[in-house]
Design a protein around this ligand. Structure first.
Ligand code: WTA
Length: 632
């Protein structure tokens, strides 16, 4: 197992060593895994192209490390503990032995369908154990998984399937979410009609007996895929730098891009970070409430915990069903030790009152985690007081799809915590703040653009099918630095607080979205001439979506608003629906025709005292109109 730091002194030493001798530091951690052939070089890199390779020529299979390796010591320990949406349904457990058997059966089933090393398989599934099993089955045979969050629309799914030229989609029939039952296979059928020409087969995990549209040429049930298969499957031997998965994420321009992670480095870093950040101890029950459709679920529900031999919980439902006590009820039921969730969930539950957590015994909780967006001070204190009872350190973990694992966080019980501060970089992570002119900010008490100046094992390798996009997005803003897109401040003691995106990416309920993507969706409406989308502060969601729309129609009414929401739901999914829509006759633009989002952001945020000089705009007169019509 990778090292587990337990004192401040050890953290400091590990950090220093990781900077002085990164290769030696990571060689030691990597050597704790099972390699089918040892790597012969730790690192080769340049951030120009970029070209980053870790553990060169090492051969491995991540599932041998997630599963087989644990059979001897903890074969009968629970690997995945699943809690259904329905509070009365029994919890389901898979021991490490059982999980290995299920993964092998599925892997053999995939092989029988012609899936082989390097093929892409897209998942569009609710939070059921079969999602984790399927993902691991892909990894077992060297197929590249790409999980698409099951809240995305058919169009968004088709876009991702097409970009990845996936051969197969694995889905479920329905998704049980709270009191709703959402059709999933239906969305896949629609996506198949919209594109997905590369797809040969659709595997359907049936949770219900409800009728489904079925085509025998294409559709195959999960049961038929797996039932005749052996529970032994030889693991495909992968190169350290072979692709493990693609995960689509939003950027400031264009369509979502496929962030690529590779086998060796991702394995080493997710295990190392999981063990240290969550201070996982033998026998603990760990629960991350994320969805596997996002990076948090990949790294800290599936891979990190399983690599570390942990018991990881998966929850099918939502925090407010059947009532706002559900999370806490589950914590009590399973004596959860580490609880990891998003600020948006904390704020939503906080709004339901203190009585809900007060009804449950939360004494098993040792630490609380937060991820995905900045946590505001009020939510931090509520979490601390009502869930952690003032005794469980809060780890505010900052990271990204592209970083693969947690980059900046307090280590619970080891480093201090301060509300709203992600605090300190992990060993191996060389964070820097830059000013706009490209100078590294030295010393403390400063604010700048957050970059990382040295590679780490789980960093993005490329964007699928478009390496140049990876270079321009992350490595061209500052020479020799990975640019995160976030602004941050460093306090007088060197703690880092991540303030938020400085680009045109917004974070709505912890869901990352490109404003350009939402605009493109809105512009699909035939009566929309132009639109501009910005984020504004929202009490629960963190950021809300504010859309300014120029329309051909003079008489804009509620029906038109509804049509806009429908078009966004169709193009992206309900998570991208604007919270506020303002119809305008023009958008403030520079003389070169660029929309002045800075001004629109301020108006949406109701910060109009200091708009700056608008006289140089192409159309200064629209500013007043936009301000007058602003939705409070
Ligand atoms: C934001 C989620 C403040 C940030 C793991 C980042 C955060 C983006 C935090 C990545 C945090 C994530 N404090 N902001 N603790 N964690 N973010 O790719 O803006 O879905 O760039 O990865 O979320 O979102 P992504």
């Amino acid at each position: 197992m990778t090292t587990q730091i337990s004192t401040l002194q050890e953290y400091k030493e590990a950090y220093d060593q990781s900077v002085k001798d990164p290769e030696g530091f990571w060689r030691k951690e990597a050597s704790t895994f099972q390699w089918e052939k040892d790597f012969d070089q730790v690192l080769d890199w340049n951030f120009e192209e970029p070209n980053v390779k870790w553990f060169l020529n090492g051969k491995l299979n991540i599932t041998l490390n997630c599963l087989d390796r644990h059979i001897k010591d903890r074969g009968d320990q629970t690997a995945i503990l699943w809690e259904a949406n329905d509070p009365d349904a029994p919890s389901i457990r898979y021991t490490y032995k059982e999980l290995l058997a299920e993964v092998c059966k599925c892997a053999n089933g995939l092989k029988a369908q012609g899936i082989k090393k390097g093929d892409r398989v897209v998942f569009y599934m609710p939070m059921v154990p079969q999602l984790a099993i399927g993902v691991l089955a892909c990894a077992r045979i060297g197929a590249i998984h790409s999980v698409v969050f099951a809240g995305f629309s058919a169009q968004a799914l088709a876009d991702r399937v097409d970009d990845a030229t996936a051969k197969m989609i694995i889905c479920a029939d329905y998704n049980n979410r709270g009191s709703k039952r959402i059709p999933v296979k239906k969305v896949v059928d629609d996506a198949m009609d919209l594109g997905c020409n590369s797809v040969d087969k659709v595997v359907v995990y049936k949770q219900t007996e409800l009728p489904l549209n079925w085509s025998d040429d294409v559709d195959i049930s999960w049961l038929d895929l797996t039932k005749e298969q052996s529970d032994f499957c030889e693991a495909e031997i992968m190169d350290s730098e072979d692709m493990l998965f693609i995960l689509y994420t939003s950027g400031s321009t264009g369509k979502p891009k496929g962030v690529v992670h590779s086998c060796g480095g991702y394995m080493v870093y997710t295990c190392y970070s999981f063990r240290n950040v969550f201070q996982y101890k033998e026998g603990d029950v760990y629960w991350c409430t994320a969805d596997i459709g996002w990076i948090t679920g990949h790294s800290y529900i599936v891979y990190g915990p399983l690599l570390a031999g942990a018991t990881t919980m998966m929850f099918e439902g939502v925090p407010t069903y059947p009532d706002a006590g559900r999370f806490w009820k589950i914590c009590e039921k399973h004596k959860v030790n580490q609880f990891y969730t998003a600020p948006t969930a904390i704020r939503a539950l906080m709004a339901k009152g203190n009585d809900w957590p007060a009804q449950y015994d939360l004494s098993s909780i040792k630490l609380l985690g937060s991820v995905g967006e900045p946590i505001n001070e009020e939510a931090w204190h509520w979490y601390d007081k009502h869930i952690g009872k003032g005794k469980s350190p809060i780890i505010d973990t900052w990271w990204q799809t592209e970083t693969g694992g947690i980059m900046i966080t307090p280590l619970p019980g080891i480093t201090d915590t301060k509300p709203t501060y992600a605090s300190y970089p992990m060993p191996g992570i060389q964070t820097v703040l830059m000013d706009a002119d490209g100078n590294e900010l030295e010393g403390n008490n400063c604010e700048g653009l957050l970059c990382i100046k040295f590679p780490w094992p789980s960093m993005v390798r490329t964007t699928y099918g478009d390496h140049e996009r990876c270079r321009t997005t992350y490595f061209s803003t500052f020479k020799n630095k990975y640019f995160t897109g976030d602004g941050a401040r460093r306090d007088e003691d060197g703690r880092i607080r991540v303030i938020g995106r400085v680009d045109d990416v917004i974070n709505v309920s912890g869901h990352r979205m490109g404003t350009a993507e939402v605009e493109n969706a809105i512009n699909e409406h035939p009566n929309v001439i132009e639109s501009a989308v910005v984020g504004y502060p929202h009490d629960i969601k963190g950021q809300g979506i504010y859309a300014y729309i120029i329309s051909q129609d003079k008489g804009v009414d509620d029906d038109f608003r509804k049509e806009i929401l429908a078009v966004v739901t169709r193009e992206i999914g309900p998570i991208a629906k604007p919270d506020k829509i303002q119809f305008v006759s023009g958008l403030p633009k520079t003389r070169s025709g660029k929309i002045m989002r800075r001004i629109l952001r301020k108006i949406a945020s109701n910060e109009t005292e200091n708009l700056g000089d608008v006289s140089t705009l192409l159309n200064p007169e629209v500013v007043q109109e936009v301000m007058d019509g602003a939705l409070k």
